[in-house]
Design a protein around this ligand. Sequence first.
Ligand SMILES: Cc1cc2nc3c(=O)[nH]c(=O)nc-3n(C[C@H](O)[C@H](O)[C@H](O)COP(=O)(O)OP(=O)(O)OC[C@H]3O[C@@H](n4cnc5c(N)ncnc54)[C@H](O)[C@@H]3O)c2cc1C
Length: 334
Amino acid sequence: MKIYNKKLISNSLQINSIADCYIELNDKDDFIEFHKFVKSKDAPVLVIGEGTNVVLPDFYQGIVVKPNFTNININKTDNTISAGSSVNWHEFVNFTINNNIMGFENLSSIPGSVGAAPIQNIGAYGQEVSNLIKSVDCYDYINNKFSTLSKDDCYFSYRHSIFKDNNFVIYNIDFHTDICQEHNLTYESVKKYMTNNNINPKNMTTHDVSKMITSIRSFTLPDPSVVPNVGSFFKNTVMNKKNIKTNKFSFDDLVLWEIDSSKVKVGSARLIELIKNDLKKFDNVEIYKNHSLVIVTNKNASQHNVIDFADHIKQQVFDTFNVSLEIEPSIVLS
Ligand SMILES: Cc1cc2nc3c(=O)[nH]c(=O)nc-3n(C[C@H](O)[C@H](O)[C@H](O)COP(=O)(O)OP(=O)(O)OC[C@H]3O[C@@H](n4cnc5c(N)ncnc54)[C@H](O)[C@@H]3O)c2cc1C
């Protein structure tokens, strides 16, 4: 276990955020020592991966913990692949593809670490990581307890899991290698890309699908190393269709996915697109030109700048459509 005082926390919004105390865990044995340290300090704890889905304060008055577990192992007898929590997600996807494993390709190029993938049940282009997870190994740093949670124990749902609200450090995940036998190419933007580029799905390898997904993403999402962002800032909202306000726009202007006879999932990107021109200007932050769900910064933004802008967007959307947007990344309090 390595302890640093007043260390910069790397994050993709490039907020200049300092941790009062920053700890790296390099070994399973470090956990017990970490538990004792946390008990002795009685301070809040933030587990950090690659910082691509957090909005950090200027100063974090607590302990930031960074697990460093980089193993990857394939177990052919029980069709499992295990990965340590700090393996980069896209590198892990590439590893699966190079080993002829299907199912991960639609999740190509999602920034971040393997360990963070179950937290919000990452998903893209018709796939969610929960479909691939067998079990999650974690350590409860308050109660000094190791546990292995099965997929059912994780209570996965849309951008949510049991890990959103507990004291676990995830250090390893087991994934199925035999769950997908064919590519999932049914997502609307994937179909459109194949049509526009004359691609015959029958000829595609898993590697081709992965490259196609990366290419689609690069059109709409900014590279956080160039333009700071955390990906989609708001979730899509599930609500009763009759409660949506339509005095300014009609249902035809919106993107709605039917859930049941009364409920719909409302596409947040379209809502923001429609009210974009009514938004006030805020310092250091704006909406990305190719994707209304993405808030980008000019590398000088503080947590306040980002949250004030997000609150303003939420209010405008609520006033116009009566839709309450929910923020997707973790807002970390100081
Ligand atoms: C350009 C861009 C595109 C994106 N596209 C998508 C997308 O298509 N789909 C999608 O779902 N997400 C997307 N995201 C969000 C982000 O990539 C994911 O949420 C990713 O899983 C975050 O990984 P991370 O390691 O950076 O986590 P961090 O940002 O470091 O942490 C995120 C949360 O997970 C917790 N956490 C991290 N590691 C651990 C651990 N080992 N144990 C316990 N808790 C942990 C943190 O406390 C925090 O609450 C995108 C982000 C960007 C910047």
